[in-house]
Design a protein around this ligand. Sequence first.
Ligand SMILES: *Cc1c(COP(=O)(O)O)cnc(C)c1O
Length: 360
Amino acid sequence: MSRVYNFSAGPSMLPKWVLETAAKQMVEYENSGQSVMEMSHRSSEFKQIIEDCEQRMRRVMNIPDNYKVLFLQGGASLQFTMIPMNLLKNGHADVINTGQWSKKAIKELNKIGKADVLASSEDKTFSYIPNLDDLTYHEDADYVYICENNTIYGTKYKQLPKTNGVPLVSDMSSCILSEPVDVTKYGLIFAGAQKNMGPAGLTVVIIRDDLIGHAKENTPSMLDYKIMADNDSMFNTPPTYAIYICGLMLQWIEEEIGGLDAMKRRNDAKAKLLYDYLDTSEMFHNPVNPSDRSIMNVTFVTGNEALDAKFIKEAKAAGLINVKGHRSVGGMRASIYNAMELEGVDKLVTFMKAFEVENQ
Ligand SMILES: *Cc1c(COP(=O)(O)O)cnc(C)c1O
């Protein structure tokens, strides 16, 4: 068996430890006589799995008691709808537009209420994060919305907007669990699991208590945070296997890596290796404002489409797969989420150096 280095933006690599642990438990989970996939979600075994997953997440992310952790479905994209349905009271929210994922959130928000776009980096293909000091937030906005790590462009907020008590809502799909965060600065954090916390099919929402229970009366039950919270994410069948794998990811971070501080050091080292090379390369270039660079998604271009295509093809043949950039921006992108080893980034950089020499 030979595993590739997978730089996919999502679904993406999982740690070998997680896969091997899951493999050992595939046919029979502990002494239950069955696999996790076959279990009733109401069984005592599964209740333990979902509780362990939540408790680990609370420990790893240091989530205060006045926040609920919800295990939902519908992807990060359904949150673009659920957030306004549940959080709007005055009918409008402030949004900073940093790319395709915030644009999609704006579109859905505008179906339910109104998005006030305070700033946008669209003028330069979303290659930077707008200056937050220049912004005037609406005092009566129901929330301020950001996409904290922009998966497609490789940008990341290094500071958070100072919202003056207005709840901050953050799409952390592609940066959750990559570094410590101060959860108390947010009203709501959400993430699709398939980038950095497990397989597709699970969406995690971390929401402050006081933001729950304000959905309009006609809100469908499945879209109401209160109903999901009151039922411990078991109003209906939750994505059981994805929750189990998410629990293993958290166990890996806690026990094998040593928590989010250690995770951040590991992620910083990987990103530095790649950016340092990009900054010296004559061929490859990172188009992002240096102070806004993501440590999860690293974008680069040669400036020549044919050469980009050649690089992507040859990288794949060398076992470095999915380095093609998002179809909307072209070029290349290496997603180096938690599961990517330093060794994988080292292999990529070595390959890029050789490619640069051969194709001068
Ligand atoms: C992938 C991604 C999404 C969409 O996630 P789905 O689970 O496919 O709906 C939203 N936001 C960000 C930042 C993403 O990276």
